[in-house]
Design a protein around this ligand. Structure first.
Ligand code: ADP
Ligand code: MG
Length: 627
């Protein structure tokens, strides 16, 4: 028979397992039981959706058997089973994120102690077994196959005899050495303890035959060995237990096991709802951004159970889109078991659960915001973007729900603040909520337009996420205070006289600006301004599209279809440059045009925009320096 080779990364993981000196080897049993339970879930689910598959729920079970003489530990299930191809691909490669993540971490630093933090899966059996045999018969198939491996050299698959659908995993334990003994995994009492520790909530019975010495009835001093079948687990799903009886570690290990996230969740929400619609929800907010978020493979949704039985792995309808980062499950006795995806989409009960869950998550977040700000800031660091996207999308349909959960960086507080906090601090004479955009807080702080507003002691919100400005465009105002971009919008800071003076200055210099515009045709308006303090120039826009927005839009749009903001070059009326250009207008129109080019380029650079003609501009600057 031909031996097949493991894929390279499986080999490596396997190698780690075989040679591991990890003390917590017992977790292999948790992994095998969890696989068995998954397989039974799948078979049961099949039976609900496929008329040809008939399964009696009460027959579904997991068995553990021990053969001390052969040093065998056997875990079997009557789940969905695997066919030949599945044995090959499921056991020959590492597919699951848990194992992959583990492998990556392992490569970073060789520390076996991190094994326990990961769902290392099937291969963990090689921590205790010198040979692993998997005999399996797939639901709907007549033939059974046997997969066998003794380690990294490879594995074989051949046909075998097996009557019932399901999978049987036979571990032949490693030989004891002077340092290591594996006998504990043949010890019935120890096995019982391991199952209770890790797999108590598995909702199928885990059965084992246990023999006891007991008195022979009616006889004084005679004993006999009696074998009884015991169910080792309580079968009560974690979420059905009383909140007060559940330890944090139990929640955390459940979360790791079910959701392949081995960092403990930031927030656990466990809630029972009774009434018209009864359900239990167990929700987790991850403490970091899920890996799949970055790769775009993240699937939002909650697991859906009906009375303890999994009926859908990922039910999107249970969560509002903007809370898509929440993981967890919902168990409702009110739902019909053979509910199909199509029905679900229109299910009124489900819509109602979604609404309830949405408000529950929201109120938990509000609590965190009010009572544990540093935790909330950490949360917002991770998941602020989905909340902002939620505020903005669907034409702002959910803005009322979300606007008080948003945080933005404040120029005066130097930390994240809410809109409510901002407004509560606004001085009497401040009319609007000011904000400025850029790619970092440092760069925003240096924007020419920011200076003058800060001089007035007004707070400015610094926006560095590209989505932020879109959010403000949808919100328009908060508590009646309009959002105002300090770089682009008319800002009413000066007195009436000052405004009149600037207006007159601009009218008097109309012709000068016309000449300057000839040199920089992409600029639509040039004017003097009184809103800059020390800086000579700034670039602003008029109309709907700001410079920051155009950067975002153009980065996703077709390059031939770029949007162009309506550019305005503003020149500080009290800067010496103002007088200089007015002189040049009289003395040399050519120099004035060159000045216009240089000033415009300066303004572009400050805004974080590139300049099209760097050589020309550099030469011009040198020309003026040399004069
Ligand atoms: P995971 O459970 O995270 O997918 P494992 O390494 O534990 O990773 O298992 C790999 C795959 O092998 C499973 O996804 C499943 O498809 C298959 N498998 C393992 N054990 C069984 C079983 N008892 N019955 C059916 N399929 C199984
Ligand atoms: Mg597994």
């Amino acid at each position: 028979m031909k031996k097949k080779e493991f894929k390279a990364e499986s080999r490596r993981l396997l190698d780690l397992m075989i040679n591991s000196i990890y003390t917590n080897r017992e977790i292999f049993l948790r992994e095998l039981i969890s696989n068995a339970s998954d397989a039974i879930d799948k078979r049961y689910y099949e039976s609900l959706t496929n008329k040809d598959v008939k399964v009696n729920k009460d027959d579904l079970e997991i068995w553990i058997k021990v053969d001390k003489d052969k040093r065998e530990l056997i875990v079997s299930d009557n789940g969905i089973g695997m066919d030949k191809d599945e044995l090959d691909s499921n056991l020959g490669t590492i597919a699951k994120s848990g194992s992959l993540l583990f492998k990556d971490k392992m490569e970073e630093k060789e520390d076996v102690n991190i094994i326990g933090q990961f769902g290392v899966g099937f291969y963990s059996s090689f921590m205790v077994a010198k040979s692993v045999v998997v005999r399996s018969k797939k639901q709907g198939s007549d033939v059974a196959y046997e997969w066998k491996s003794e380690g990294v050299e490879g594995y074989t698959i051949e046909e075998c005899q097996k009557d019932d659908v399901g999978t049987e995993i036979i571990l032949t334990l490693k030989d004891n050495t002077d340092e290591e003994s594996y006998d504990e995994f043949l010890d019935i009492y120890n096995i019982k303890a391991i199952v209770r520790k890790y797999s108590d909530y598995i909702h199928y019975p885990i059965k084992m035959d246990v023999s006891h010495r007991s008195k022979v009835e009616g006889k004084e001093n005679e004993y006999e060995e009696k074998v009884t079948t015991e169910i080792l687990n309580s079968m009560i799903p974690l979420w059905k237990r009383n909140k007060s009886d559940i330890k944090d570690e139990e929640y955390n290990s459940f979360y790791a096991d079910k959701f392949y996230d081995f960092e403990k969740p930031q927030k656990i929400i466990h809630t029972k709802v009774e009434g018209m619609l009864s359900y239990t929800a167990l929700l987790f907010i991850p403490s970091k951004i899920p890996y799949e978020y970055r790769t775009g493979e993240y699937k939002p949704g909650l697991k859906l159970y009906s009375n303890g039985v999994l009926i859908m792995e990922n039910c999107e309808e249970l969560l509002p889109d903007y809370f898509g980062f929440v993981k967890g499950l919902v168990d409702s006795d009110d739902l019909s078991l053979n509910i199909s995806r199509e029905i679900l989409q229109h299910d009124r009960q489900l819509k109602a659960i979604q609404k309830n869950i949405g408000s529950k998550i929201k109120s938990e977040l509000e609590n965190m915001l009010a009572n544990n700000r540093s935790e909330y800031d950490k949360f917002f660091e991770n998941f602020g973007i989905p909340l902002k996207v939620g505020t903005y999308s669907n034409f702002g349909a959910n803005q009322a729900e979300l606007k008080d959960l948003l945080e933005f960086y404040s120029s005066s507080e130097k930390k994240l603040v809410t809109l409510k906090e901002y407004v509560s601090r606004m001085p009497e004479d401040q009319k609007a909520i000011y904000y400025a955009c850029g790619d970092s807080y440092e760069n925003i702080a240096k924007l020419p337009q920011v200076e003058k507003i800060e001089e007035k002691n007004y707070e400015i919100l610094y926006l560095k996420d590209p989505i932020d400005e879109f959010v403000f465009q949808i919100l328009l105002a908060y508590e009646g205070k309009k959002f105002t971009n300090v770089a682009t919008e008319e800002i009413d800071l000066g007195s009436e006289e000052e405004k009149e003076a600037t207006k007159k200055l601009n009218e008097d210099n109309k012709e000068m600006f016309t000449v300057m515009k000839e040199a920089i045709p992409e600029v639509e308006v040039i004017r003097f301004t009184n809103r800059l303090k020390n800086h000579p120039v700034c670039l602003t826009t008029e109309g709907q599209i700001s410079i920051e927005m155009s950067k975002v839009i153009n980065s996703v749009n077709d390059p031939n279809n770029k949007v162009k903001p309506k550019l305005v070059l503003e020149i500080n009326e009290s800067h010496p440059i103002a007088k200089k250009i007015q002189d040049l207008f009289k003395e040399s129109k050519e120099d004035l045009k060159d000045y216009a080019k240089v000033l415009y380029s300066e303004a572009r650079l400050i805004e974080g925009l590139s300049i099209d003609n760097p050589v020309e501009i550099s030469n011009l600057i040198c020309k003026f320096i040399a004069k």
